[in-house]
Design a protein around this ligand. Structure first.
Ligand code: NI
Length: 186
């Protein structure tokens, strides 16, 4: 089932998510829905707050990056109760976008290497190191689990330049090819 993607300005995107318990109901269905929602929006990653949940879950599929990095082919994964426990000191700058911030792309510095502990879709524990595109996308999605958005990382001047666009998104004045959830202020 394709779910609406919550837009920048919605308070759920600013919540720090919580680990889920092993008896979390319908986890497989949720993961399927997250992948379907991500693919429908042509995304390579999606975090639970983007569909309105405060659960520590993210999904990625880096297959579209195969032409730049062959090891991204078929890199489809769910990271549950994810915790980044180390970040490399070296940073790389690359342009990013976000399904919750349509039509905005900005250069974002990120660590070139991360070590992450998580559970897979069968709740089996893993402790892995990632670099390159994998480290970048996982850090972007992981930020969502911490209530952080990629525009928080860009410099003050750039941020001023996109402020008007962000305000438009916050007021729900945005066109999107996929289903979105606007935040209506009461
Ligand atoms: Ni995002």
């Amino acid at each position: 089932m394709i779910l609406p993607i919550y837009l920048y300005g919605h308070p759920v995107l600013r919540k720090v998510t919580k680990d889920i318990s092993s008896d979390y109901p319908d986890l497989k269905i949720l993961l399927d829905n997250m992948f379907e929602t991500m693919y429908n929006a042509d995304g390579v990653g999606l975090a639970a707050p983007q569909i309105g949940l405060e659960d520590r879950i993210l999904v990625v599929d880096l297959s579209p990056y195969e032409e730049y990095d062959p090891s991204c082919a078929g890199f489809k994964k769910a990271f549950i109760n994810a915790h980044i426990i180390e970040r490399g000191e070296e940073e790389e700058i690359m342009e990013e976008g976000c399904l919750s911030i349509p039509h905005i792309h900005e250069k974002v510095p990120r660590s070139n290497r991360i070590r992450i502990q998580y559970l897979d879709e069968n709740l089996q524990p893993h402790d892995e190191v990632y670099e390159g595109y994998k480290a970048r996308v996982i850090q972007h999605e992981y930020d969502h689990l911490e209530g952080i958005m990629f525009v928080d990382h860009i410099s003050g001047i750039r941020k001023q330049l996109i402020r008007a666009k962000l305000n438009k998104i916050m007021s729900g004045n945005v066109n999107c090819s996929y289903k979105i959830k606007r935040h209506v202020k009461k």
